[in-house]
Design a protein around this ligand. Structure first.
Ligand code: AMP
Length: 214
């Protein structure tokens, strides 16, 4: 399975990609996670990436191509992968096509996680990660029991730095301008499928699975 998960920030693509990758036994490749690791490692590149990410802007296509080319060349990606957060511009989509051509492995499909703008805002502003378990939670959508389970076990509910309202507004604007053309790119190549991304994680996952079978 070689696929790209597309969707606005907050559409839940990271959550679904993680579950699907675990079940299908292919790597979940999230460029956002890779960049956050570089930031945490404190390299010079990490510092540059941090200021771009904190503003909700995009790291350059050239740098992203280098990162993704290196990652897809690793052995664990040879039998498939789920890309999350890449491609994010039409240029990145063209670069990915070239890269996969060189590797001789075509992309099977791109799946769009489709969600209403208002719900996206709540998902993003309410998003938290439990510092103890790494579990993704949301102050608007998770049950009080789930939130308490984290804090009672000594965990903290961590708010991602780029999940503040100003950055979120910019990330959504950047998505509309740069990433919606990627959706059209895959639609034009007849590779696009769409999943209704509203509801519980389980419901959405079941819809995703049935979309894969279509
Ligand atoms: P994400 O976790 O996918 O929402 O990504 C967080 C941030 O990392 C984005 O807002 C961008 O600043 C940066 N980023 C992640 N993936 C890409 C990409 N493919 N191209 C450019 N910037 C990216």
């Amino acid at each position: 399975m070689r696929m790209v998960l597309l969707g606005a920030p907050g559409s839940g693509k990271g959550t679904q990609a993680k579950i699907l990758a675990g079940e299908k036994n292919v790597p979940h490749i999230s460029t956002g996670d890779m960049l956050r690791e570089a930031v945490a490692a404190g390299s010079r590149f990490g510092l540059q990436a941090k200021s771009i990410m904190d503003a909700g802007n995009l790291v350059s296509d050239e740098i992203m191509l280098g990162i993704i080319a290196e990652r897809l060349a690793q052995a664990d990606a040879s039998d498939g992968f789920i890309l999350d957060g890449f491609p994010r511009t039409k240029q990145q989509a063209l670069d990915l096509d070239d890269l996969l051509d060189q590797l001789g492995v075509p992309l099977d499909m791109a799946i769009l996680m489709d969600l209403d703008f208002e719900i996206l805002m709540k998902r993003l502003t309410g998003r938290r990660t439990c510092s103890k378990t790494g579990k993704l939670l949301n102050i608007y959508f998770s049950s009080q029991d789930e939130l308490d389970e984290c804090t009672n076990s000594g965990g903290e509910l961590i708010h991602r730095e780029d999940d503040n309202e100003e950055t979120i507004a910019n990330r959504l604007a950047v998505y509309r301008k740069n990433t919606e053309p990627v959706v059209e790119f895959y639609r034009g190549r007849d590779k696009l499928r769409s999943v209704d991304a509203e509801g519980t994680i389980d419901d959405i996952y079941q819809r995703l699975l049935s979309t894969l079978l279509q």
